[in-house]
Write a protein that binds this ligand. Sequence first.
Ligand code: FPP
Length: 248
Amino acid sequence: MRIPHHLAIIMDGNGRWAEKRHLPRIIGHRKGVETVQQIVATCRKQGVKFLTLFAFSSENWGRPHDEVDALMRLLGTFLEKELSRLLEQGIRLRVIGETGRLPGQVLRILQEVMSQTEANDKMTLCLALSYGSRNEMVRAFRKIGDQIACGKVLPEQISEKMISETLDTNGIPDPDLLIRTSGETRISNFLLWQLAYTELYFSEKLWPEFTSSELLEAFADFSQRQRRFGLTGAQMEGEEITHQEGRH
Ligand code: FPP
């Protein structure tokens, strides 16, 4: 089976999982954290090198105050508890998004976990927090704009490579596979630049019920696909390509 080098996941459906059971939405998020723990372990075991999880979007700040608060607390405890497991499994933590908006306490734990796991090289777990792809692009274009304004960069020097390197995901290869759970078939402002050639997989399962065997089903489906990166099938034959650096 072909394993994606970089897997990205939109973990959707926690709220609906709880509402179906007449439980508060936060119980769905708590159950969602258990799924996160299982999926992280399975990805590590299967040899995924980068796992990016959409944990909190720029738009999620608009949810009821109680839900935002509870999600932030959940994130803090998750990080505190997860540190030893990340160290044990050789997993490095990274974060993408407008992290300056996160509560100071969450930010401090994040920085602590990132610095303690910095040297780990088995897998990178990248959390998208306060993340929106358009917001990420605006921040990147402003940085490039500043460079132009101070004469360090000429407009004709702007390249795809420069844009990729200015985004939050700098140094992380583009995803090979994106999974979204809960039957929704949208990208929802997630990694718009990076998903250009990514294979998309939509699961009907709500995130709290998404298991490792569902994950392996998605990998089996991914294995059947021929990724052409704009070339012909014949051109791709015989070429083992895991990600599309330089191909369009
Ligand atoms: C979508 O479900 C999920 C979220 C907005 C947050 C995802 C968060 C977690 C899985 C827990 C915290 C994450 C980590 C990494 C500790 P939804 O609330 O939009 O569900 P709905 O669409 O059914 O309402």
